[in-house]
Design a protein around this ligand. Structure first.
Ligand code: ZN
Length: 160
């Protein structure tokens, strides 16, 4: 995993495209990205509490620590959870969530914008140990997520 789109990556993408009956051009376009997402989707099982294979529900709780809310002023967006699983599988290392859902009070405290997607469970801040922020962002974007890199702070904001 070097984050570079070299010949081995291209070969792997072409092999996947051939298996999927797609044009094996080695480029992750919309059809290939959709197919990669669907393949991941078919392998994801939710626990009864809404946890996914690699993320416990508690990891997304508001970090006000119960000061202003019960941890989930909004539930996490399903598409975001599924795409985080796909991202985690693509990276093959843990993805650490530094901020999930936020209540209004906590969002104000951390300087979040007024209409922050964190309020609605539609965004997370995260990083993957040992993987450049830009690489995490690029893979997230290939899965259809919006990514904003905070290089200095060491995390990427991902949203549906
Ligand atoms: Zn809160």
């Amino acid at each position: 995993m070097d984050g570079r789109d070299g010949p081995k990556t291209r070969k792997a993408i072409q092999a996947f495209q051939r298996d999927a009956g797609l044009d094996p051009d080695g480029v992750v376009g919309t059809l290939t990205a959709n197919r990669l997402f669907t393949e991941t989707l078919s392998r994801i099982a939710f626990d009864s509490d809404g946890s996914t294979p690699h993320f416990a529900r508690a990891e997304f709780a508001c970090d006000c620590g119960g000061a202003y809310c019960d941890g989930f002023p909004a539930e996490m967006n399903l598409e975001l959870l599924l795409k985080l699983e796909a991202l985690r599988n693509a990276l093959n290392v843990p993805v650490r969530i530094t901020s999930g859902v936020r209540c209004r009070q906590r969002n104000g405290e951390v300087g979040g914008v007024d209409n922050s997607q964190h309020l609605f469970g539609q965004a997370v801040d995260c990083y993957a140990p040992g993987i450049p922020i830009a690489t995490v962002a690029a893979i997230a974007e290939s899965l259809g997520l919006t990514a904003i890199c905070y290089e200095a702070e060491g995390f990427v904001h991902l949203a549906v």
